[in-house]
Design a binder for this molecule. Sequence first.
Ligand code: CA
Ligand code: CA
Length: 762
Amino acid sequence: MKRLFSCAVVLLSIAVLAIGCGGDDTSGEPSAVTLSATPSSLEFTAESYSQSIDVSSNAAKWIVTVADAWCQTNITTGSGDRSITVTVSANPGDTTRSTTLTLRAAGAADVTVTVSQSAETADGIEVEPDAWDGVKRADITYQLLIYSFADSDGDGIGDFRGIISKLDYLDELGVSAIWLSPAHPAASYHGYDVKDYDALDPRYGTEQDFKALIDAAHEHGIKIYMDYVINHTSKEHPWFLEALADETSPYREYFVLSHDPKADIAAGRIPMIATEGAAGYDAGQWFSAVTQPSTEPQKLKFTLEWSSSPKLTVEQVDNVENSGTAGSGKYLYYGDDDACVEFYTQQDNIYTLSLEMYSSWGCLIRTSKTSWSAGTKYGAKSGANTMEWGVPLTLISNSGSEPADILLPGMESIMYHSHFWTDWFVDLDYGAAADCENSPAFKAICRSAEKWIDMGIDGLRLDAAKHVYHNASSDENPIFWNKFYTALNDYFHRTRTEDIYMVGEVYSDYNEVAPYYYGLPSLFEFSYWYRLEWALNNSTGCYLAQDLLSYRELYASVRPDFIEATKLTNHDENRAMSLLGNSVNKAKLAGAVLLTSCGSPYIYYGEELGYVGRKDNGDEYLRSPMKWGDASTTTYMDKIYTGMNNVKDVPAQSDDESSMLNVYRSFSQLRNTYPALAVGEMKLHAFYNADNTQYKQIAAWYREQDDQRMLVIHNFSSTATTVSVDDEIDRAVAVLNSVSANYGSTTTVRLGGYSSVVFLLK
Ligand code: CA
Ligand code: CA
């Protein structure tokens, strides 16, 4: 297919002709007035130029008018058949312009001719990509959030069947894999606190629906990667609930639990935290849980012996009866609902209180119902805070150190670890990294993964990969992931010949990512976006290729067959378009760079539509519903970034040749067409890039695979620039925005602002 790209927009100057207004009534006239023009549209390049139109008419007089002064005709009236010369002045602007030439004759319908002119000052460039053979070789993965993507059943929440209905869309976008957000039942809407690794969130569908998605995706040549969150579970996971409920539960081994974390870490009793990353840091990420045999209220009698060292005794009673004098000024505080009940005074500094009560955490004694000031709160000594029936427990006040909560008989206090400063996540305990594969949690997590492998998934995205073990400078995490990958890859090979795919989230710069290639075949390249964003916002492309290649060199030293998962932004980061100042030009260029450079690119859903969002008021603002323009659009999310109103939906962008969506579609098709662009080696251009600051806005590189060689040039500035290349160019196969070229032994290429060109070399 041959297309003329003289500008950003491929003009479809389709007949707007001959159906004009103003035709007189000709009924009863034997010979109607005729008027027509050929061609019905004229296209001009940017310089001043003339073309002609042939008018055919039997009218005694016709007139010609043009709406805009930059377009002139050599005559304004004529008769019969005649040619008109149409001349346009040079287009000084940056965008294509168009106008209408109108022919009018009494008794005939008006005839219009569309005139359009591109914005380039030189000839446009012929863009002639090879036809795509349909093989998906570009390894493009699409990240989607199940709940926001597509709804199939009208409940407003995205689901598996909804994704199935959009596989054609993803196919057209050229993707060969989907990373699904966590699909397991979870406590949070986003799913990153799993309650059952063996089940699916019923909001998303059944296992049959999930299986149908996997099968339908495979029919489209699209793999399915599950998000597997195994640093921690939800606090509501039955494993954790059972571990809390029973001191002898096998699930006690699944979590990082301790009665005294600081002492246990120091004594080496927690292999999962063999060393602390920073002094005191990990010991601070502990939360206490209290377990007890029953949640039924009990009838209890408390006796308080008041002295400089008060003592509290508790007994079980059959009847709740109180006697003595009210107004003691001593209170039992046990409140889930701020319950604070006053004791009755007996004699000799004895106070008693009978009541039916339940507390999830125990109790305290207070001497003020309203104040917590020093000396008003009494609890137990830490480590000696559990009561026994009928045995006095010595209390201490908050005048010095902080007293511990008083636990009723049968209650146990235990600390659990959460790496993320939230008591909703509970870290799993895989034991010492060198021996992690023998830990019960490791085995359980693998067994669950095997279920989904059996169902047909192709890979896993691994959340929080750098947080499993806690000392970032140790090699524990890479060792853990190596064992995890090996275990599941072995299982995968029972039924599949290829390796299982796994990509890890190490949310760090490239140098911290590199060691993880020991454990995993693929890792997200956060540095890719950091450098690209900087380059775009500083009009400086010259360092980009060199930076990207330096990362690859480092990765290759750890794992020669590393898979660099390049990306713009994801569900945790402000949207790329917002970080680029809402510049459509920059965002299109970002997409073109992503799809022409090294690595295996990820597209975060909505990026291809120019989604905006910042997470200042919550991560939800990065996770807006996909705009399908129909009933499959989800309505679950009500926190939507205001700028999303301006983002056009899929049908509108499909119809617009110059839309963000069509930039992504055309460049992904290009990447799928050419092995060099998909998997070829990336090499620096010898002249442009880092050591040529005369052209600092230019990034240029080669992609090479076998005999196929391509030259990629991007302009990171808003101003046009002209570069000379000595390479033997076969032809251009892609253009973004506005590019022209004069071919020769040295080819001069003019790149308009934020423009790109991809040449196939001889
Ligand atoms: Ca639904
Ligand atoms: Ca952890």
